[in-house]
Ligand binder design. Structure first.
Ligand code: SF4
Length: 387
């Protein structure tokens, strides 16, 4: 064999010890492979050979996972709806404050030499200018001029007071999703109403009276929005309690196994998709949900699977992830640290699985009959400790 052919001989280990399938690709390992391998290398090998897991526990686990995903999606939707309602109510409330402040100022300032009609004219012109600015902002693609992201939907501003201004995955600020435009349009409305009120006021006292009257009417409308906000809050709290989530937990992602993309680290061949990624104190935290028996301490196989997600989320978000969460049922939660030690144990496991995939020869790693008894691939196993 020539030296050139030896160099091109694949699969082989790279300088870090991971196995390359060929020049471009690593030997692929999934987070589920890691879980199975940690449970028993023979189970992992049987799964790779196409022996699917069987048993009631497995089927009910799949159903429970689906149900959990639906509850988490409901929670995310209710949280978003509550936040929207809350912001809208805040706007309405601000309008009331603006009317009342105007009334107070008008009453306190004595040496104002401007007539109510002149003030109305001035406010109308100002409202018109702000309205035009708002419309220009809506229709002009100014975000692309300054290089920020477009709103998620084209019609976002038109429907600003309804629920389509941010989608579930939206992360943005004042320059996105129409908030700036909404401020301009709201300001134009408030100034326009001021102007109309002043037109009907023949003197300052009458103007103050009209401003207070408008504030009262606006309060009624705001109380309707407040009621809506409280209803949304109650729904949000119900779904939060239902899931047993702490306050201020946001859902960045929930796996429905259909629309969710795999997370990948091509440099080591790892791939996978956690059940959820939540945001706690600004940190992305992967959550792996487990159904079935609730243990006193987390199973090693589940921990290894979560370590895979911790690495993948860290790589995908380009951030340090402090820990991940293993959740058994609704109430039992284990925090799994992500540090150099756990990272090394993950990498060692990946290398061993890649070696097995290349060289074969998986063997049972335990002497526990109970493990074999609960194994969903026992029917195909020639190393089982039980019949
Ligand atoms: S039956 Fe036992 S030895 Fe066989 S794969 Fe399952 S756990 Fe491993």
């Amino acid at each position: 064999m020539s030296s050139h052919e030896e160099v091109e001989n694949y699969p082989r280990q790279n300088h870090e010890g991971f196995w390359q399938k060929n020049k471009e690709k690593m030997v692929p390992v999934s987070a589920s492979d890691l879980e199975r391998h940690k449970y028993c290398p023979k189970s992992f090998e049987l799964a790779r050979e196409g022996n699917t897991g069987v048993g009631e526990a497995l089927e009910s686990g799949i159903e429970k996972h689906k149900a959990i995903h639906e509850r988490v999606s409901d929670y995310a939707e209710n949280r978003l709806q509550y936040n929207r309602s809350n912001v809208i109510w805040t706007w309405w409330f601000t309008v009331i404050i603006a009317f009342l402040l105007d009334a107070i100022l008008l009453d306190l300032i004595d040496d104002v030499n401007i007539s109510t009609n002149d003030a109305a004219r001035f406010l109308s012109i100002w409202a018109l200018m702000v309205l035009i600015a708002g419309i220009v902002l809506v229709y002009l693609p100014w975000r692309s001029f300054i290089g920020t992201k477009k709103p998620t939907e084209d019609k976002v501003i038109i429907e600003i007071f309804e629920s389509t201004w941010e989608n579930n995955n939206f992360v943005g600020g004042w320059f996105e999703a129409g908030k700036l435009e909404a401020t301009f349009l709201m300001s134009a409305i408030v100034m326009g109403i001021h102007a109309i009120g002043l037109v009907f006021a023949s003197d300052r006292n009458q103007a103050i009276f009209i401003l207070i009257l408008t504030a009262m009417v606006w309060t009624l409308i705001a109380s309707w929005q407040l009621q809506r906000t409280l209803i949304d809050f109650a729904k949000f709290e119900t779904s939060r309690n239902d899931l047993g989530f702490e306050e201020d937990i946001d859902i960045a992602y929930s796996d429905d196994e259909e629309s969710s993309d795999l997370l990948k680290d091509e440099s080591i061949g790892l791939r996978g998709r956690p059940d959820q990624i939540v945001i706690v104190d600004g940190e992305f935290i992967p959550v792996e949900q487990k159904t079935g028996r609730v243990p006193h301490k987390p199973y090693d196989s589940h921990k290894m699977q979560l370590l895979a997600y911790l690495h993948l989320v860290s790589i995908s978000t380009n951030r340090e992830i402090p820990y991940g969460v293993l959740r058994y049922g609704d109430d039992t939660i284990f925090r799994i640290e992500w540090d150099e030690k756990t990272k090394q144990s993950l990498f060692d496991e990946i290398k061993e699985i890649q070696r097995l995939l290349v060289e074969g020869g998986a063997k049972r790693n335990h002497e526990r009959e109970g493990k074999c008894l609960n194994c969903s691939r026992r029917y195909a196993c020639d190393q089982s400790l039980v019949e």
